[in-house]
Write a protein that binds this ligand. Structure first.
Ligand code: MTE
Ligand code: MO
Length: 377
C-alpha cells in the first residue's frame, strides 16, 4: 500500500502515519486552488487499502429495501437506469486541526491513537456518480421501518484487540434529500485506489467518516448502525464527562460539522515583512448545508477584527469550503497574533479559545485558529 501512496499522492504530502496511511497536503499547496487536485487531497485510512477488481465488483443492496439488488459498476454507470451527477463537495475529517487540542492539554484525551492533523484534513473535489436516493428507488424503495442506511467498507482494522469492520450509517432523510452520492470519479478522473476505488460514498456536509470508501454493501436498517465505528467512535464527549465516564450512549454522534476556518498564509512563526498591511489567506467551512457567510481576521489576538471583503470569498456553493483572502492593517512590530473567525449563514460562529472546543476524542477543533507571526513593518 506504500506503493499506492507513492503512485497516487504528491511528493510534498505530510505523512502523519505510514500504516494505516494518513497524510495531509502542506498548507502552501492546499490553498492554491479551491478545488484540490487528487494527488493533494488529504487521506484518512483506518486500515489497509483493499484491492478490489472493478470488473468483478458489485454493490449489494439489502436489509429493509423492497427488492434487494446486486449492481455492477456497469449497472450504476448505465445512464438509462441512473442519471449521472457531478457535485463539488468538501470532505472534512473531524480530526482537522486536532494538533491544537493536543498542544492545549498534552497527555490527555486520545491523542496517542489519533493522527495529529493540522489545517489540511479538509479538501474539495468534483465527485461524479449517482445519487443514492435513485439507487434505493431502483430497489423499490424502503420497507416500513427503514430509517437509516448502513454503509459497508471493504477494509477493517484492530482496535483494543477487536476487529472493526468499517461500517457506519446515514439517516434516510439525508439520502432522500439527494445529499449522498455514490462516486466513481474524482475531478474527472477515475477514483484513485487510496480514495476508495472502485466506489465510495460522498456524504455532503457530514464528517468525512461517513463518506465510506471501498463501498461494497448498503443495508437499510431501523436505527443508526450498531457497528462500533458508528456507535462507539466519532463521539463527542465534552470535557466535564471525565476520563472514565465516556459511555457511548452519552456521547454525541458527530454528523454535521460545525462552522470552522483556518489561516493558511502566513505561517506560524513566519517573519512577515510588510508596509502596514498583512496579506492573510485561508479556508472557511460549515457543515449541514450551511455556508461561510462572513470571515473576520484580527492582527491583535482578537480585539479588532477586519472583515474579508465578500468578493474575496470563492466557490459559493453550500457543500464546499470557501477560500478567502484579506489585507489586514498592522502597525505592530514584533510577535503578533493573527486570529480568524467565521460566521455561517445561520449565524453560528466559532469559540474564541481552543479550550472551549476541547473534547475527549479530540474531534471537531472548531475554535478560532490563532497563529503567531513576527511582524516587521
Ligand atoms: N472509509 C473506509 N472504508 N475506511 C476508512 O478508514 N475513513 C473515513 C472516510 N471513509 C475511512 C473511510 C474518514 S475518517 C475520512 S475523514 C474520510 O474517509 C477521508 O476520505 P479521503 O481519505 O478520501 O480524504
Ligand atoms: Mo475522519
Amino acid at each position: 500500500s506504500w506503493e499506492t501512496v507513492l503512485k497516487e499522492k504528491h511528493s510534498g504530502m505530510l505523512h502523519l502515519l505510514q500504516f494505516p496511511y494518513n497524510g495531509e497536503p502542506p498548507k502552501g499547496l492546499l490553498i492554491n486552488d479551491p478545488i484540490t487536485p487528487n494527488e493533494l487531497h488529504f487521506v484518512r485510512n483506518h486500515g489497509g487499502i483493499p484491492a478490489i477488481d472493478p470488473s468483478a465488483f458489485d454493490l449489494r443492496l439489502d436489509g429493509l429495501v423492497n427488492n434487494p439488488q446486486k449492481l455492477t459498476l456497469a449497472d450504476l454507470q448505465d445512464e438509462s437506469k441512473f442519471p449521472r451527477v457531478s457535485r463539488l463537495v468538501t470532505i472534512q475529517c473531524s480530526g482537522t486541526r486536532r494538533f491544537e487540542q493536543i498542544q492545549e492539554f498534552a497527555g490527555e484525551g486520545d491523542e496517542m491513537i489519533n493522527a495529529p492533523w493540522a489545517e489540511g484534513a479538509i479538501s474539495t473535489a468534483l465527485w461524479t456518480g449517482v445519487s443514492l436516493k435513485k439507487v434505493i428507488k431502483y430497489c423499490g424503495g424502503l420497507k416500513d421501518g427503514g430509517k437509516h442506511l448502513e454503509l459497508y467498507g471493504a477494509d477493517s482494522y484492530f482496535k483494543g484487540g477487536e476487529l472493526m469492520n468499517y461500517v457506519v450509517s446515514v439517516p434516510w432523510s439525508k439520502v432522500k434529500a439527494n445529499e449522498v452520492l455514490l462516486a466513481w470519479e474524482m475531478n474527472g478522473k477515475p477514483l484513485p485506489k487510496i480514495h476508495g476505488a472502485p466506489l465510495r460514498a460522498v456524504v455532503m456536509g457530514y464528517i468525512g467518516a461517513r463518506s465510506v470508501k471501498w463501498l461494497y454493501r448498503i443495508k437499510a436498517i431501523d436505527t443508526p448502525s450498531r457497528a462500533p465505528v458508528q456507535s462507539r467512535e466519532y463521539l463527542y464527549f465534552q470535557q466535564q464527562y471525565g476520563k472514565h465516564n465516556q459511555l457511548p450512549h452519552l456521547g454525541i454522534q458527530i454528523q454535521e460539522m460545525p462552522v470552522s476556518s483556518a489561516i493558511m498564509t502566513p505561517w506560524q512563526k513566519e517573519v512577515v515583512v510588510h508596509n502596514g498591511h498583512i496579506e492573510v489567506t485561508g479556508w472557511a467551512y460549515s457543515g449541514g448545508g450551511r455556508w461561510p457567510e462572513r470571515v473576520e481576521v484580527s492582527a491583535d489576538g482578537g480585539r479588532v477584527w477586519y472583515m474579508v471583503p465578500v468578493e474575496n470569498m470563492s466557490a459559493k456553493h453550500k457543500w464546499t469550503w470557501r477560500a478567502w483572502s484579506v489585507s489586514v492593517p498592522c502597525d505592530h512590530e514584533g510577535w503578533t497574533e493573527l486570529v480568524v473567525r467565521c460566521w455561517d449563514n445561520s449565524l453560528n460562529t466559532q469559540p474564541m479559545e481552543v479550550r472551549q472546543s476541547w473534547n475527549w476524542g479530540l474531534h471537531v477543533t472548531s475554535s478560532c485558529h490563532r497563529i503567531k507571526i513576527y511582524s516587521v513593518n
